[in-house]
Design a protein around this ligand. Structure first.
Ligand code: PAF
Length: 279
């Protein structure tokens, strides 16, 4: 496994494999890898000749009051995990390598006006820009994303379709702790008490999914989920919404494919979770 920090070097290395007709799988990450990332990396390893993991805390997807400076980082532990899985390249550039003179961005209309996009202005512009750069730098055939960031997956799929980027986007299921909490690098911020309180997210998700499947209305589902989360102290709901899975527009019924997504502050830590309902 090779750790590369330089764009041209990675391009050159990957070009050799591409010219031999080898397929390249990319797992974009911000590092501090956990079992959720590992599941994506294993899949990329299985389905491609060459597996690349990008490990880059992307500054332009953080708002001014967000946790860019405290976001956990551990390249050594990440490298160990990647080595164990059999990754070929870790791409871990400095921010100055990725953005030394940034003037061009990739933006997406409408789909970023709801959910995390509404709460984190500029976030999806930062995500779309860095992913487009990573797709262009690696020339990967496939890229693997966790479904926990469901709006991100929908937006990246649309960016790739609209900008004709020749890459397949592969969404992978949410990975949870045994007690239900969705894995996230931000879980490390939680105190013992907050960790316990955070279980209300998955409880709300499981209950919401059960109700949706038993023909409850959108408002009944969202109300019940709100009740579960609000009954836990230390929580502050950022949003609980049901949207059309393709457009990310508010949905009033379950007549089509829906994303039911939540963002909740547990103390100062903002966590997200979701379920997808298929009509
Ligand atoms: O999901 C993430 O970790 C990030 O948003 C991503 C896709 C790696 C872009 O920085």
């Amino acid at each position: 496994m090779k750790i590369v920090k330089n764009i041209d070097e990675l391009r050159k290395d990957l070009n050799v494999y591409r010219s031999e007709g080898k397929s390249i799988g990319l797992v974009p990450t911000m590092g501090y890898l956990h079992e959720g990332h590992a599941s994506l990396i294993r899949r990329a390893r299985e389905e491609n000749d060459i597996a690349v993991v990008s490990d880059f805390v992307n500054p332009i997807q953080f708002g001014p009051k967000e946790d860019l400076n405290t976001y956990p980082r551990d390249l050594e532990a990440d490298s160990k995990l990647c080595e164990e899985i059999g990754v070929d390249f870790i791409f871990a550039p400095e921010a100055s390598e990725m953005y030394h003179d940034r003037k061009a961005f990739v933006d997406i209309e409408d789909m970023s006006n709801n959910l995390c996009g509404a709460k984190r202005p500029g976030h999806f512009r930062g995500v779309s820009t860095v992913c487009t750069k990573l797709f262009n730098i690696t020339g990967a055939d496939r890229a693997y994303f966790g479904q926990k960031d469901a709006q991100q997956v929908a937006i990246i799929k649309k960016v790739v379709a609209d900008l004709n980027i020749p890459i397949e986007i592969i969404p992978c299921p949410i990975v949870r702790e045994d007690d239900g909490l969705a894995l996230s690098s931000r879980n490390t911020y939680l105190s013992k008490e907050e960790r316990k309180a955070a279980l209300c997210l998955s409880k709300a998700i499981f209950k919401g999914e059960e109700l949706a499947k038993s023909n409850a209305s959108v408002s009944e589902v969202l109300e019940k989920m709100k009740e579960i989360i609000s009954s836990e102290k230390l929580t502050k709901i950022d949003y609980i919404s049901a949207v059309d899975l393709a457009t990310m527009e508010d949905a009033k019924d379950f007549d089509g494919d829906r994303l039911v997504a939540i963002a909740v502050f547990i103390g100062k830590t903002r966590l997200i979770d979701n379920f997808i309902y298929r009509a």
